[in-house]
Design a protein around this ligand. Structure first.
Ligand code: TEU
Length: 615
């Protein structure tokens, strides 16, 4: 029998046994990330666009999506796929126009859906007029809107950057500017100079650009790299941890810096709260719960939610030099990571998010599931759906996850990888002259590269997978298996991944006290085959002071048959009080005889089930 320690309710929000009148709407909402270049192309230029998104709103609505998060659609040279914005108030022409955004917002609202935009304000593109002005002279009024520093010189007179920091895209964080003879800071590519948030006029300009979109009806923002605005202004060298590289990882110099909560608090007060806009910030390199909580505690008035990356980074070699060296991990590590980030908000007024894919990572079915055969692919994609749909927090899906889209085939050439980060890491490995490193990087990219999530969406079996016109050339190659894995094939098929997602997204809301808001307790943490956990509600089975409503989720994360757990014992009830709520195998667990005996059928390959002590 499991020990259920009662948990403290969230002050300020919950108001008693299942009555959630004051809860913000976004806690229960299902968000869906659209990567616009790859979602749907309406005009046959091989690049997705806003009219394409508009044309598929009913599809998303039918899936059960409440909020669309649109990755950046702003004017940009696209060196980092729009995460390099050259004008925050203009739309990149191949995506459409500002009026197309207006139409999309209205169409979302007409369906009771919302739209959030992607706010990239740690840096701009070097093509942004702010940077053009800033770099024009040391006395330009916008000079201080970016971070400029003089060179250092070695004893032999060699010019050196101001610090030894390594950026995210495999280079120094500093680039020398000939005209004004200073270096500028960029945590990402040289074409992405960091804004100087210490400068109040710069911050004002950012808030004004946010207001521009909120005034047009946008419902909020996903906020890129939200914890990197406040740098440690000492600009000290980082300790040498990668001795073979001239550049050293230094995230502690720019993540969660001294003024970060002041800046975010100001942004919220000035440009979010007046609009009731929702915010979800990207919080990388912040692995401690004690660091995350101040961002998401309701009373701290910072962000509504953040993406914490511990789980999605499993299998990588970290964020810097070794990122694309793949490190296989046991299921117990995945379970422990999930457990930590499920329960860190318990007893607090914070909130969490649930996601296993985004545009910066490989596909979940290829990383956490098994995509090696059609049967294992389908079974594991459904189990991933059940896993995600039963976790606490606001759920974020990524386009294509709902049909089980897979990583790019392993035999595709490196030329099919278009991402700046993939290219830089691969070239760095080649430059090292170390053949093993090249092989390992190539292998790591085949599992972890950001490109996997960026290939065209698979709508149907027509040429180009229905993403773009038949004769058009999509900007990235369409997956070889698009005829087998696509929306048209799955729609209406009750056994399909897509229909399963629809079903579990509904169940998630129907039993939201358990699935969206329940506490999380991991069962048998060391078991390397079965991922089982109990979700427990604040609500009881009818009577005040009665047994809490509980769900037991049992997921077989292997292709071998596995014994089922002691369902009634774990749920803390008589076998006859157990109800099988749903499972990934249709008709999976119906036997009342088995239930009466308190035993349950073994789990088949990648089978997932949910049992409850209510309903
Ligand atoms: O990513 C920020 C970031 O630091 C990472 O977590 C990211 O996954 C990257 O691959 C790290 O090496 C955001 C965006 O999501 C990403 O697409 C952009 O490239 C990046 O910011 C720069 O704007």
């Amino acid at each position: 029998m499991v020990d259920y320690t009662p948990h403290v309710t969230s002050p300020g929000y919950t108001n008693g046994n299942g009555l959630y009148g004051k809860e913000p709407w976004w806690k229960d909402a299902t968000f869906y990330q659209v990567y616009p270049a790859s979602f749907k192309d309406s005009n046959g230029d091989g690049w997705g666009d806003l009219k394409g998104v508009l044309s598929e709103l009913d599809y998303l609505h039918d899936l059960g999506v409440d909020v669309i998060w649109l990755s950046p659609i702003f004017e940009s040279p696209q060196e980092d796929m729009g995460y390099d914005v050259s004008d925050y108030r203009k739309v990149y022409a191949p995506y459409g126009t500002v009026e197309d955004v207006d139409s999309l917002i209205s169409a979302c609202h007409a369906r009771g859906m919302k739209l959030i935009l992607d706010l990239v304000v740690n840096h701009t593109s070097s093509q942004h007029r702010w940077f053009q002005e800033s770099r024009s002279s040391k006395t330009n009024p916008k000079r201080d809107w970016y971070i400029w520093k003089p060179a250092r010189y070695s004893p032999t007179g060699e010019r050196l950057p101001p610090t030894n920091w390594r950026g995210y895209f495999a280079s120094s964080t500093w680039t020398w500017d000939e005209l004004t003879q200073e270096y500028y800071l960029h945590l990402y590519a040289p074409c992405q100079p960091d804004l100087n948030w210490e400068n109040p006029a710069c911050r004002d300009a950012i808030y004004a650009d946010m207001q521009f979109w909120l005034d047009r009806g946008a419902d909020g923002f996903r906020i890129d790299t939200v914890n990197k605005y406040s740098k440690h202004t000492s600009y000290a060298d980082a300790p040498v941890t990668e001795p073979h590289s001239p550049h050293q990882p230094a995230p502690e110099m720019w993540c969660n810096g001294p003024r970060i909560h002041e800046f975010i608090g100001e942004m919220r007060a000035r440009a979010l709260e007046p609009y009731g806009a929702v915010s979800v910030g990207e919080l990388s390199n912040t692995p401690l719960a004690s660091q995350v909580l101040p961002y998401v505690s309701a009373s701290a008035k910072q962000l509504d939610m953040v993406f914490e990356f511990s789980m999605i980074r499993l299998g990588t070699g970290g964020g810097f030099g070794a990122k694309y060296i793949h490190h296989p991990f046991p299921l117990s590590t995945l379970k422990a990571t999930v457990a930590k980030w499920q329960s860190f908000i318990e007893g607090t007024d914070g909130w969490t998010t649930v996601f296993c894919e985004n545009h910066d990572n490989g596909r979940a079915v290829s990383r956490f599931g098994d995509d090696s055969t059609p049967e294992l692919w389908a079974a594991s994609a459904r189990t991933i759906a059940l896993w995600q749909a039963t976790l606490t927090g606001t759920l974020f899906l990524y386009q294509g996850q709902e049909v089980g889209m897979k990583n790019m085939p392993a035999d595709w050439s490196i030329d099919e990888y278009k991402d700046i980060e993939s290219g830089n890491f691969y070239r760095e490995a080649v430059r090292s002259g170390d053949e093993k490193r090249v092989r390992d990087t190539r292998h790591g990219l085949s599992i972890l590269a950001r490109d996997h999530s960026r290939i065209p969406f698979q709508w149907d079996a027509s040429p180009n997978a229905g993403f773009t016109a038949e004769g058009a050339k999509p900007w990235m190659r369409v997956h070889d298996e698009y005829r087998d894995i696509n929306v048209a094939k799955q729609r209406g098929d009750p056994g399909s991944v897509l229909e399963f997602y629809k079903r579990v997204l509904k169940l998630r809301k129907e039993y939201k006290d358990v699935f969206i808001r329940g506490t999380f307790k991991l069962i048998d943490p060391e078991n390397e085959a079965v991922f089982a956990y109990v979700k427990e509600s604040e609500r009881t089975n009818g009577v005040v002071g009665g047994t809490p409503r509980r769900a037991l989720v049992v997921l077989n994360f292997t292709k071998e048959e596995q014994p089922c757990v002691d369902v009634a014992g774990i749920l803390g009830c008589e076998p006859t009080q157990v109800t099988f709520l749903t499972g990934t195998v249709s008709g999976g667990e119906s036997g009342s005889v088995a239930k009466a005996k308190g035993t349950h059928k073994p789990l088949t390959s990648w089978e997932g089930r949910v049992y409850v002590n209510f309903a």
